[in-house]
Design a protein around this ligand. Structure first.
Ligand SMILES: [Zn+2]
Ligand SMILES: [Zn+2]
Length: 169
């Protein structure tokens, strides 16, 4: 049993950010930690909140800086540990090409893939799920006899908004 009943496959529109999105992610994390009998520590929660509120990829050092208060520094290594927990449970994703973290835009099941569209101009990241990519990735992995640790596809380029901006300017 690996909790497949918990994956919400809602359709997704444009990436939503902000307080509602953050509250939803935190609630998801709380449920998940409870189900697994794990601790959703204050640092894990704060890290998730910072990533969710940012709306663009954030590195661990930036997160640590935001969590630090005068006289109370949070070490990047602690943030990395919190991020390990959050990525492991699909609450945030690591964008390898940026070494940065984004909140998960959907609830996916374990082993599901995500496709990230990363804009070089404005730095926005759009997460999407494709059943077609999922299927062909399954086939490719099976043919190669390869066991994936993560299934994340990153595509760099220019988002629709930035393309429009260039034409207008
Ligand atoms: Zn995701
Ligand atoms: Zn852009």
């Amino acid at each position: 049993m690996d909790g497949h009943d918990t994956c919400g496959h809602h359709g997704h529109g444009p990436a939503a950010h902000g307080p509602a999105r953050t509250a939803e992610l935190v609630a998801r994390a709380e449920r998940l930690a409870q189900d697994l009998g794990l601790q959703f520590t204050a640092l894990r929660r704060r890290t998730l909140e910072v990533v969710a509120e940012e709306g663009r990829p954030l590195g661990a050092y930036d997160i640590a800086e935001r969590l630090s208060a005068p006289g109370k520094r949070v070490a990047a290594v602690s943030v990395y540990r919190a991020l390990d927990f959050l990525t492991e449970h699909g609450l945030v994703h690591r964008i390898a090409s940026r070494n940065a973290f984004v909140p998960c835009e959907h609830g996916h099941g374990a082993g599901e893939s995500a496709v990230f569209l990363i804009c070089r101009s404005c730095g926005s990241v759009d997460e999407t799920i494709s059943a077609e990519i999922e299927r062909s990735l399954d086939r490719t992995l099976a043919q190669a006899g390869f066991k994936p640790a993560s299934r994340i596809v990153e595509i760099e380029g220019e988002c629709g908004t930035c393309q429009g901006r260039q034409e207008a300017g």
